[in-house]
Write a protein that binds this ligand. Sequence first.
Ligand SMILES: [Zn+2]
Length: 184
Amino acid sequence: MARRGILRGKEDNLVKDLKETTLSFKKLGKKYGVSRQAVHDFSKRQGIKRPEKPKGHQTGECRLCQRLIQINKKPHSEFISIHTIVEETGGSRVKCLSHLRTLRDKGLISEMFGRLHSKRLEKAYAIYFKKRLRIHTIGRKVGLKNFHAIIRQHRGLGYDVPPSLYGYDGQKKGRVRREIQRRK
Ligand SMILES: [Zn+2]
C-alpha cells in the first residue's frame, strides 16, 4: 500500500495510541495518514490488545451502573468497601472500578463512593453509625488500633463522617449548660 510509508517512523506512537487510547481505527488512520484497514492490519500484526471502552456505554442502560447508583443511595454508602460492592453487584473488581470511575466523572455518584478498600474499616464504621460506643472500643472490637486517627484522616480526605454517637450526649450537656448560662 502506497500510503503505508507515512506510518514509518511513527509506529511507536501508533502502538502507544492503540494500547492506551480507545480511539477508533478510523480516527487513528486519519491521525497517521493511513487507511482504517492499514491501522487494523498493523494492530493485528503487532498483536495489540486494545483497552475496553467504558465511556462508549450508556450508563442508563448498563445494569452494573444502575446497581452502583442504587447502592450509592444507601445511607453512609461511602463507607461500604469495594469488596462488598463487588459482592453485591456480582461483577468483577476491575469492571466495578472502571464503571465507578465513569459514574464519578459524570457526577452520578458521590466522589468518595467505592474508594474504601478495607472490610475491617467498613465494619468499624457500621458500628460507629449504629452504636453509642467509644471510638476506641469500636477499634478494639474490629482489631483497629488507630480508628480515631483514621476517622480524622478520612474527614480530611472528604469523607462525610458524622460526629460519634458516643460524643452526642456530651454535646447535649454542653448545650444545656449554655442554655442555663444564658438564662442566668
Ligand atoms: Zn456501566
